[in-house]
Write a protein that binds this ligand. Structure first.
Ligand SMILES: Nc1ncnc2c1ncn2[C@@H]1O[C@H](COP(=O)(O)OP(=O)(O)OP(=O)(O)O)[C@@H](O)[C@H]1O
Length: 213
């Protein structure tokens, strides 16, 4: 990418589900060290956009240039209750194939350290050995946030990380994202919460798949 302050640049992004257009010709710029809120009414295309920015969904038209590794925190992930995954396992997944140190791959010790730190930050250290399936909705959301934090990626994309959280946890999530930006990350976060939107460095507003702000 030419301009060094740009972590991610999307140009002319369009997407349809079948014949139904969902995103129209969007431009998106994310800068290092900033938090961008992605706001808009239900069905505006926010989740679709974040998936395209993360590279887990392909735009039908347009380009996305990324200047670093991406961590994606998905919304309301479900795991079969019978799957024996602990909270620590879920956070550890964030380190899989994670951006290596310049010296090479991230070692097991470093991964364990990152996971412990991430679980501490989302206040789930006490539940590290609990089955993920036994958590409440809000706790699951925090475990997924820990998964993203453990990745230590330069570009941090989140689909409503505060959904289902109480006011205090929403506030904590918001300040954690600000901390990630302070360490230099480019953070973009789908949000319905006016306080988090107001706290962001910049806002992308979508309506009916078009950018209106
Ligand atoms: N898998 C799918 N197949 C068909 N249509 C879909 C699919 N996923 C989403 N859509 C439609 O695409 C549009 C955009 O959906 P998207 O989930 O991106 O919006 P959103 O702004 O994130 O909404 P919300 O705030 O409710 O999560 C909506 O009209 C939705 O119904």
């Amino acid at each position: 990418m030419n301009s060094s302050d740009h972590a991610l640049r999307g140009r002319n992004l369009s997407f349809s589900f079948g014949a139904v257009p969902v995103l129209w010709n969007l431009d998106v710029d994310l800068r290092w060290g900033t938090v961008t809120a992605i706001a808009g009414p239900n069905g505006a295309g926010k989740s679709t956009l974040i998936e395209i920015l993360a590279g887990v969904r392909r735009a039908l038209a347009g380009t996305v240039e990324r200047g670093g590794e991406v961590a994606l925190v998905v919304q309301r992930a479900t795991v079969p209750d019978a799957l024996p995954l602990t909270v620590r396992d879920v956070a550890m997944m964030g380190t899989w194939g994670s951006p290596a140190a310049p010296s090479g791959r991230v070692g097991a010790r470093e991964r364990r350290f990152r996971v412990a730190e991430a679980l501490d930050r989302v206040q789930l250290a006490d539940l590290a050995d609990a089955p993920f399936g036994s958590l409440s909705g809000g706790q699951r959301q925090r475990a997924l946030l820990a998964q993203g934090l453990a990745r230590r990626a330069g570009i941090f994309l989140l689909d409503e990380p505060a959904a289902g959280l109480d006011a205090e946890s929403r506030e904590r999530t918001s300040s954690m994202l600000a901390e990630e930006a302070r360490r230099g990350a480019a953070v973009a976060c789908v949000s319905h919460d006016e306080d988090s939107i107001a706290a962001a460095t910049s806002v992308i507003r979508l309506e009916g798949g078009r950018r209106v702000g």
